[in-house]
Design a protein. Structure first.
Length: 443
């Protein structure tokens, strides 16, 4: 729907027209996440994995060497190599499934998904319609687990995709309108007008997004707005404990995490106990250490390696996500699907101390967040400083920075954090804003 974002009255007319023409039928409802339901998902997942691996060996050129090296007719996931973004970029054409007789690509509806490029060069992945449908299935399953009423609007402050309408009737999540928010810039008239329209005309049930939720929370404080949603779904970026508390205070809804990458689609969601559960019919997940060895024990940090089960158009097998986590072996929620703790950072996003030591920035993020700064970004441009960018409107107590640096020094983290109030955040083209950005070349 084409709407002039600078005109509040035009947005109001568009919203009213959508509400009048919407279908009042209830959204699809999933059965409770009981053990028996998960057992069926596990069985389906095994079937899908067998089909995926068989297709990869017989119809995907990239795996010709893997097929030749097999010494037995029985094969397992471990027979396949671990791949990463560099492999996707270099071998994209040979990773696509081909007809065994004609070597042509399969004729079906496909979509090209591109990574944000926020941690390096953007990468393209080909997904089919079944994979896209699986995204919505998982999203709705999480809403059912929370107990969403099914009425009200979904406010999407996630990544912007080319051609994405700003307003459209929701076919998932609720009976309301799906608001696709543009990248918020405090000094941009269109941004502020659209957020004003959100406050004036929306009926928020679900807020879904990333760091832009903090931008909206800051604006709500500035304008004296209040929200009363049912859920806040966080995705794409790291969320600290203090950040979670900030979102709960502003939007009132239960805060949950949903996990996925542009390459994998949505594949896991957070239960009420705080663990990220991978749906076994959507993905197989492994944890590998820095030497590539499998991690089985709880509490040991490793990199998530994912095999996506929902698309054979471009089999994504043993894909290194770059995300770091540890196993949760017996989640109190009772689910039997594989689960990990909340993500603690990315393998390929490291900052440097003054003496050149690499470290994962999660502890710094948590320290700043727990001290009272929740909407910010770390940017390192040189060894002698790490910029902390945060909105100009944020007022910090006296001795804030000294207290933060003292706490970091207690953990032998010798670094200079430089406060940079303003709005000079570092965004990827898609609108993704990583919590930490390394602009130095690290080998």
């Amino acid at each position: 729907m084409n709407v002039d974002l600078s005109r509040l009255e035009e947005i109001e007319v568009a919203v009213s027209a959508l509400r009048e023409g919407m279908d009042s039928s209830r959204r699809h409802s999933f059965p409770p996440s009981a053990v028996s339901f998960e057992e069926n998902q596990i069985t389906l997942g095994f079937d899908r994995m067998r089909e995926l691996l068989a297709v990869a060996l017989s119809q995907v050129p990239f795996y010709e060497d893997t097929r030749r090296q097999l010494t037995a007719p029985v094969f397992t996931l471990n027979d396949f190599p671990v791949i990463n973004k560099s492999v996707l970029r270099e071998y994209l054409a040979s990773l696509l499934t081909r007809d065994p007789l004609t070597t042509k690509l399969p004729s079906q509806e496909i979509s090209i998904c591109t990574t944000s490029g926020s941690t390096g060069q953007a990468t393209a992945v080909i997904r089919d319609w079944q994979a896209r449908r699986a995204d919505w299935d998982l999203f709705e399953m999480l809403l059912d687990d929370i107990g969403i009423s099914g009425v009200g609007d979904t406010i999407h402050l996630g990544l912007r995709q080319l051609g994405m309408p700003l307003l459209l009737p929701a076919d998932i999540g609720s009976q309301g309108i799906w608001w696709n928010m543009p990248l918020f810039q405090p000094d941009n008239r269109e941004s502020r007008t659209f957020y004003q329209a959100l406050h004036d005309f929306s009926r928020p049930s679900v807020f879904y997004g990333n760091s832009k939720l903090f931008d909206l929370a800051d604006l709500a404080d500035e304008q004296g707005w209040s929200f009363d949603s049912e859920a806040v779904i966080w995705s794409y970026e790291t969320l600290t404990k203090a950040g979670r508390e900030r979102l709960t205070k502003c939007f009132k809804g239960q805060v949950r995490n949903i996990y996925g990458l542009a390459e994998t689609g949505l594949i896991a969601f957070e239960c009420a106990c705080g663990s990220l559960h991978f749906r076994p019919d959507l993905a197989v997940v492994e944890l590998l250490d820095s030497d590539g060895a499998t991690i089985d024990n709880e509490g040991v940090i490793g990199e998530l390696v994912v095999t996506v089960l929902t698309s054979t158009t471009m089999p994504l097998i043993r894909y290194r996500t770059g995300d770091l986590a540890s196993w949760v072996l017996n989640c109190p929620c009772g689910r039997i699907s594989r689960a990990v703790s909340q993500l603690i950072g990315r393998e390929n996003v490291r900052l440097l101390t003054r003496d050149g030591r690499k470290f994962t920035p999660y502890f710094v993020l948590s320290t700043l967040s727990e001290a009272g700064l929740t909407n910010f970004q770390l940017i390192q441009r040189s060894l002698d400083r790490i910029d902390v960018v945060y909105p100009r409107s944020v007022s910090l107590p006296a001795f804030f920075w000294q207290n933060v640096e003292d706490k970091l020094l207690e953990h032998t983290m010798n670094m200079a954090l430089v406060p940079c109030p303003g709005d000079d955040f570092h965004y990827a083209e898609s609108g993704k804003r990583n919590a930490a950005v390394q602009l130095l070349a690290i080998t």
